[in-house]
Design a protein around this ligand. Structure first.
Ligand code: DGY
Length: 322
């Protein structure tokens, strides 16, 4: 009997339990080497499949989508960010796009809080200091950091992750301020102060956390001019997308002390980040691990598979963008 299960291309390695379920439910093509496919390889491979399970390392531009329509019916991305997929183009060519909101909210908000604390309290620098063997005694002035309690946290983008960060920050007695395209209803605002003008938010942000998606409007939002609007010695945190920050400007501000410290999980052109960050003691750097917990990755994978299953059963996909 010929195989009738839909053919699903998995572009990268995914957790073993997710790949096992993929193989049980579909004719799965796994990427054993985890090598990132070139756009041409992606197109060629997609043409031999009915669906694709991808992540932000693959770019589904209009050009790619136009070449794969007719074979691929659905692109399920294992991410909440979808700037790597031209969603209007997918809609035009009739390809369903699904993503993984909700399940990674807590893990990513935890990472933002980690960045706030580590940047303020010199987490990575302290660790390097202990390992270096230079620690010879307790000292009243050793590794003094910046107090978090009572400080103003400005959140740019008060979606699910921004709101989850606000909840955590309140637990640390921070005063929450935010800018969002729309003001939130009071039950979601939970006492946070809304600033319709992002410049006003910057002016009150002792800590400034980026939690908005990367869009043409937000690319390079935090540039030299806006950094000057922050209080002197502010701390900058980014767990959203690297291209929202002008790296040249932030590196210069960290060097001069205009910005006291930064906690960054994402970088423009990652993993080839601006080299200026690498020798800055006041930059706490993470390799884009915002949602990287076992539990979250499993939930993200399950979300993708549930969407694929719904699509091939002729049901609406629960997390569809198109
Ligand atoms: C997301 O889900 O968008 C994470 O940043 C992984 O890319």
């Amino acid at each position: 009997m010929s195989e009738t299960r839909p053919r699903v291309l998995a572009t990268r390695r995914y957790p073993p339990e997710i790949e096992a379920r993929l193989e049980r439910e579909f004719q799965a093509t796994l990427n054993e080497t985890d090598r990132i496919l070139s756009p041409d390889e992606l197109v060629a491979s997609c043409r031999e499949h009915d669906a694709v399970l991808c992540c932000p390392s693959e770019r589904f531009s209009r050009e790619v989508l136009e070449q794969v329509t007719g074979s691929i019916g659905i692109v399920a991305t294992l991410s909440v960010g979808y700037e790597h997929i031209d969603v209007p183009a997918a809609r035009d060519v009739g390809i369903v796009v699904t993503y993984t909101p909700d399940v990674l909210t807590d893990a990513t908000a935890d990472t933002a809080m980690l960045c706030i604390l580590a940047a303020a309290r010199r987490g990575a620098e302290c660790d390097r200091f202990v390992r270096s063997g230079r620690w010879d005694r307790w000292h009243t002035m050793l590794m003094l950091g910046i107090h978090v309690s009572g400080k103003r946290l400005g959140i740019l983008g008060m979606g699910r992750i921004g709101r989850a960060l606000a909840r955590r920050a309140r637990g640390f007695d921070m005063e929450v301020h935010y800018h969002n395209r729309r003001r939130l209803p009071a039950d979601q605002e939970q006492g946070a102060t809304f600033h319709a003008d992002p410049a006003e938010l910057l002016a009150v942000s002792d800590f400034f956390s980026i939690n908005c998606p990367s869009t043409p409007e937000t690319v390079k939002f935090l540039d030299a001019e806006r950094i000057e609007m922050l209080p002197a010695g502010a701390i900058v945190v980014n767990t959203a997308r690297g291209n929202i920050v002008d790296d040249e400007a932030l590196v210069a501000a960290l060097r001069s002390g205009r910005v006291a410290a930064a906690g960054l999980d994402v970088f423009d052109n990652e993993p080839n980040l601006h080299p200026g960050y690498l020798d800055l003691e006041n930059a706490f750097l993470l390799p884009h691990v915002g949602s990287a917990t076992h539990e979250t990755r499993m939930a993200m994978g399950a979300t993708c598979l549930d969407n694929l299953a719904a699509f091939f059963a002729g049901r609406p996909c629960p997390q569809a963008l198109t």
